[in-house]
Design a protein around this ligand. Structure first.
Ligand code: NAP
Length: 282
């Protein structure tokens, strides 16, 4: 089984490093040949340039940022065969229709880390949730000897929407508020966050995803457990003037809200302002 992980960042390097400890034929692919140091293991992981790789792969795990996907797609054909399994290990939703392949899966990623130059620090978790079927069952068995846990879901949609809503609240307010998780101590911001979650929950409901009545309190409780100085990826991207994954997260929920003709004033405002940040990114 030939496995490729594309995107030698926080998520991709962690997956590649852990799979290489128990499997042969695991290749980490990036834009150029280089070495990444992964911490705290303090080990080196080789990255092969996508333009130099000539092999085809049975499994391709995509771990580039969502806004980097369009540039990558034309290069994927060369790396795949008809039965290749594609797993999008990315936040957000709505990406799969862009992948012109037969076997595509959206994973919900619970792997936390950060890339800085040629170094990746893994913080916690090694989990990918995907839809259960014969192919993912086979893949799960293969990964069982590594730390990467493939959790098979009967209904992946609900997991995807849950993560979307978790990202909608905290990513939006930390990014636009230029502040870390401590921003929730400002009661007006906390209310804004709750309003965003409420609107997101209504959109999910229109899509047929019914969460419990305590969803908003539950998510606020998760945020309350975040250390004060913890930023989100969208917060760091705004601070560093980097492009944002806004289309795949807020933009996806916004497009569904428009489709169902829902009243989502907080989401509309947040989405528009994040688009502005995205448009002036480096
Ligand atoms: P990241 O650290 O920025 O890594 C993305 C990597 O993709 C970079 O190394 C980048 O290369 C590479 N890349 C971009 N375009 C490429 C191309 N055309 N070909 C090959 N490689 C390419 O991102 P991340 O934090 O790992 O996030 C990946 C996804 O996981 C995102 O959707 C994110 O939201 C999600 N996620 C992340 C975390 C987390 O804790 N980090 C947690 C949950 C979910 P360069 O270095 O050359 O730019």
């Amino acid at each position: 089984m030939q496995i490729a992980i594309i995107g030698p960042g926080a998520v991709g390097t962690t997956i590649a490093y852990e799979l290489q400890t128990s499997l042969l034929n695991v290749t980490l692919i990036g834009r150029s040949n280089k070495q990444i140091t992964i911490k705290p293991a303090n080990q080196t992981v080789e990255v092969s340039s996508i333009d130099d790789v000539t092999a085809t792969f049975d499994v391709i795990i995509i771990a580039v940022k969502t806004h980097q996907l369009n540039h990558l797609i034309p290069k994927l054909h060369r790396l795949a065969h008809e039965e290749t399994l594609f797993i999008s290990a990315q936040n957000g939703y709505g990406l799969l229709p862009r992948l012109p392949f037969q076997h595509t899966y959206q994973a919900v990623v619970y792997i936390s880390g950060q890339k800085s130059g040629n170094e990746v620090v893994h913080f916690r978790d090694y989990r990918l949730h995907v839809q259960k079927d014969a192919q993912t069952l086979h893949l799960k068995k293969l990964l069982d000897h590594s730390k990467i846990e493939l959790v098979l879901e009967e209904h992946i949609e609900e997991k995807i929407w849950y993560k979307l809503l978790v990202n909608l609240g905290i990513n939006s307010i930390t990014a636009l508020g230029h502040n870390t998780a401590q921003i929730l101590k400002i009661k007006e911001v906390e209310q804004l966050c709750r309003n965003l979650l409420y609107e997101g929950q209504q959109v999910a409901l229109s899509e047929g995803i019914k969460f419990s009545d305590s969803l908003i309190d539950d998510i606020m409780q998760i945020y309350a457990g975040y250390p004060d100085h913890m930023g989100t990826s969208m917060y760091y991207d705004v601070i560093n003037s980097q492009p944002l994954e806004v289309e795949a997260i807020q933009g996806f929920i916004y497009s569904k809200a428009r489709y169902y003709n829902l009243n989502t004033p907080h989401l509309n405002t947040v989405y528009a302002l994040l688009l502005s940040h995205h448009s002036i990114a480096k």
